[in-house]
Design a protein around this ligand. Structure first.
Ligand code: B12
Ligand code: SF4
Ligand code: SF4
Length: 397
């Protein structure tokens, strides 16, 4: 815990406006709309005289990078493997706030991610740590696995000053980022960040960015996981932050089958629920595509007529992306739903339920025309414009 002077984050406000002016917030419109209030604590609440910042350790027991090598399992970011942290931190902030009001009769307001507050710069101004080159707050004693929460109060409390930046010449977080989301040290372009793409972004993810997502289906921890300051991190002893076993390494094939009702049941109380079933299954299908495992093709086939255009688009991407050559013992026979065709690609072999294609009509060798045919039938099945699965999607700014 630390206490910040609300006037200690002037520079952060300038950087925020620049971030928004450059469009780096992508489609998080709420960042642009409320930038004027987020920029400075007094713009949000003019009476504030001190900001109490709380850091809560959610240090994992394992290295989250290990799981990136398991292509058939999804990787869910460490912070999202149990209950919604907003609720957990708010409960703790409320206990502290109640005590403070009882002792002093002060006025106060609590914030965890829910209001336009710049929590990282405020935590840095309160001396909890410094904002590393990956932009997150690092504590010298706990590394970077910290959730932040804030209490604004009209009490003038003695403040803690900021501490020195200890990143030095290190650049591990910048170098590991799979999507090159850091235009410069200490700056993030959210539009390229997997955390933004898998959690906040509701559209069709750029085809260029999908391969780099690997099996990350909700959030990303790469830049946090490599930070050398984590050698001082402790694994959390708070059971509320222990991972739910079924979310530690979930099978992608099972997740792809979730309909709305099943999704809501599995993710009740989890932050993942807020992302919604369609975006989540979109992410899962991208991970399945990246696994290049032909055993998943029947799962993908079932999603080709999914009610969600987002999901259908990713099923099509996967289907078409196989660059398949088809071998059939009876090349004249029509191949249709319910029949199976054998296929192979550079990545492996598999058997899939057929689409309505006459093999004669396609070339069997490299099969550009076959791909085109399959693409057409998939597009007809999905009702999507071609821009949804192929061309780079344009972000709004
Ligand atoms: C929007 C948001 C996101 C966005 C954008 C992230 C970002 N870096 O801005 C997305 C969806 C990508 C995201 C991802 C994640 N988030 Co988030 N997110 C937020 C949120 C709501 C606002 C952050 C914000 O104000 N961003 C705007 C930018 C401008 O602010 P900033 O990063 O502080 O910018 C500073 C520097 O980048 C620098 N800077 C910026 N531009 C420039 C330009 C120049 C020239 C210079 C020199 C410097 C500079 O100065 C700025 C001010 O100090 C906060 C909660 C809150 N209310 O604060 C949580 C929060 C930051 N997120 C959090 C977490 C845990 C994550 C993830 C780790 C989740 C995950 N595992 O997937 C990732 C980490 C990705 C990353 N490397 O940042 C925690 C971070 C805790 C911590 N220890 O720091 C927070 C605080 C939530 C919480 N209450 O705990 N998040
Ligand atoms: S969270 Fe992942 S994608 Fe986002 S900046 Fe960090 S390493 Fe890059
Ligand atoms: S990985 Fe290195 S550069 Fe990045 S935040 Fe940690 S210490 Fe700083």
């Amino acid at each position: 815990m630390g206490i910040a002077d609300p006037d200690g984050v002037e520079k952060a406000g300038v950087h925020l406006l620049r971030f928004v002016a450059l469009g780096r917030h992508g489609e998080m419109g709420w960042m642009a709309e409320k930038a004027d209030r987020r920029r400075h604590p007094k713009a949000l609440w003019p009476e504030v005289r001190s900001v109490i910042m709380l850091g809560l350790n959610y240090g994992p027991a394992h290295d989250p990078l290990d799981q990136l090598g398991w292509p058939d399992q999804g990787t869910i970011s460490v912070y999202a493997r149990n209950k919604d942290y907003h609720d957990l931190i708010k409960t703790r902030l409320r206990m502290l706030a109640r005590w403070l009001v009882e002792q002093t009769g002060c006025a106060l307001k609590l914030f965890v991610d829910t209001a336009p507050v710049m929590e990282k710069p405020l935590a840095a101004a309160a001396g909890l740590g410094w904002q590393g080159k990956h932009t997150n707050l690092i504590s010298r004693d706990l590394g970077n696995w910290l959730f932040l929460g804030a209490i604004f109060t009209d009490l003038a409390l003695p403040t803690d000053g900021p501490i020195k930046d200890h990143c030095g010449s290190c650049r591990r977080c910048l170098d590991i980022c799979p999507t090159k989301a850091f235009p410069a040290p200490y700056q993030l372009d959210a539009r390229r960040c997997i955390s933004y793409l898998t959690i906040e972004y509701k559209g069709h993810i750029d085809a260029d960015l999908r391969p780099a997502m690997g099996n990350r289906i909700y959030g990303c921890d790469d830049c946090l996981a490599v930070c050398p300051w984590n050698k001082y991190a402790h694994k959390t002893n708070d059971p509320a932050f222990f991972p739910r076993p079924e979310l530690s390494a979930p099978d992608l094939a099972d997740l792809a089958e979730l309909d709305d009702a099943a999704f809501r049941t599995v993710f009740a109380g989890s932050p993942i629920k807020r992302t919604g079933r369609d975006c989540f299954v979109r992410n899962v299908l991208i991970a399945i595509g990246n696994s290049a495992n032909p055993a998943h093709l029947p799962v993908i086939h079932r999603r080709l007529d999914d009610p969600s255009p987002l999901v259908r688009a990713m099923a099509i991407w996967h289907w078409v992306g196989w660059g398949m050559s088809i071998r059939s013992k009876r090349p004249n026979a029509p191949i249709g739903p319910g029949k199976r065709i054998k296929m192979s690609s550079g990545n492996g072999r598999g058997s899939i339920p057929g689409l309505w294609i006459r093999p004669r009509e396609a070339r069997f060798d490299g099969s550009f025309s076959l791909r085109a045919l399959m693409l057409c039938s998939c597009i007809m099945a999905s009702g999507l414009p071609p821009s949804a699965y192929g061309k780079q999607h344009q972000h709004q700014k």
